[in-house]
Design a protein around this ligand. Structure first.
Ligand code: FAD
Length: 295
């Protein structure tokens, strides 16, 4: 099933992101964790793509396994900046052969090596280059990334939204946001991109912070704003792992309920291969997810 059709239904739903193993030896533990998350029957699941190509084949192995065993619609991430056209063509064919028709088209982060190399020699400079290629190569439902708090390389939000519109115009069916901890940033962003003529569905990305170590890493990766309410929670519970986990799940649940209450029908959870966290959120929302409040 294509994600654009799930989003069209306007039913309240939840989806989860997982990541593939970095090496063969951890494949089994990732398989078990991702299967436990799939057993919760989310609306769909996404599998990230390790930048740099080396372990990138595991993305598809994880996605294929879940699709075949649990029939959960799968979204395979694909990054392009560190790849050449031959590798991307191979990956696209593999995704097709696996019967997966949802692709998250990403540029990927720039490594130091890339930063110092000659851009004119790159096969792909921006995600939009991959989106054009995907449109030519099959009937894919294409997702792309967006940044309510502005991508760190953009000079300002206007420029970032201008490039976002180019991606959407190239054939994107839906957008997923970088993690947000303050829903108001998402609502403001939505208003601005609608004003700019971007009308595809936008799925907010929610990261449940369930241990204190995650906080620094999450800020470093995303540059996300941490509201005072969130900081107070971490300050209070960071030293007690069980309490921190419970509080982190509650905070994420609260964000999701606020989104649903404001007619945002989907939330994508960065579940970090943690079935207990995914199940905790699902349980907190069981009655809400059981029925649709919208027409
Ligand atoms: P782009 O859309 O190319 O944007 C990157 C920057 O370039 C932005 O500042 C943009 O404004 C600017 N830009 C875009 N087009 C142009 C243009 N034509 N001219 C000039 N400037 C332009 N990384 C992974 O390695 N693997 C993953 O699986 C992964 N999944 C992700 C999922 C989500 C939902 C998100 C939000 C991010 C994910 N990332 C992942 C991280 C992502 O690869 C980085 O944020 C990366 O730096 C940007 O990727 P992009 O696709 O947004 O790039």
């Amino acid at each position: 099933m294509q994600i654009k059709d799930i989003l069209k239904s306007r039913n309240i739903s939840l989806s989860f992101e997982v990541f593939p193993p970095k090496k063969e030896s951890s494949f089994e533990s990732v398989r078990i964790a991702t299967e436990e998350i799939a057993a919760l029957k989310p609306a769909f699941m996404s599998v990230t793509y390790g930048a740099g190509g080396g372990t990138s084949e595991y993305t598809l192995s994880v996605a294929k396994n879940i699709k075949e065993k649990y029939s959960v619609p799968m979204l395979a991430h694909l990054t392009c900046v560190s790849s050449d056209r031959a590798l991307i063509a191979k990956r696209i064919e593999e995704i097709k052969e696996a019967g997966i028709s949802n692709i998250m088209a990403l540029r990927g982060d720039l490594t130091d090596e890339l930063e110092n190399s000659d851009r004119s020699k790159w096969d792909y400079v921006h995600a939009v280059d991959l989106i054009y290629e995907l449109k030519q190569k099959g009937d894919f439902c294409i997702g792309a990334a967006c940044y309510p708090e502005v991508h760190p390389e953009s000079a300002n939000q206007r420029e970032d939204i201008k490039h976002l519109k180019e991606k959407v115009d190239a054939g994107v069916d839906f957008l997923t946001t970088q993690m947000i901890f303050d829903n108001n940033l998402f609502y403001n962003f939505l208003y601005k991109i609608r004003e700019a003529g971007i009308s595809v569905p936008v799925i907010p990305g929610i990261m449940p912070i369930t241990n204190a170590n995650q906080v620094e890493r999450a800020i470093k990766l995303s540059g996300a704003f941490m509201p005072q309410r969130f900081r107070a929670m971490v300050d209070k519970f960071a030293s007690d792992p069980d309490a921190m986990k419970q509080a982190g799940i509650a905070y994420a649940t609260d964000q999701i309920i606020d989104l649903y209450a404001n007619d945002i029908t989907n939330a994508h959870i960065y579940s970090m291969n943690k079935p207990d966290v995914a199940a905790g959120i699902m349980n907190n929302l069981s009655a809400i997810l059981g029925k649709s409040f919208l027409e």
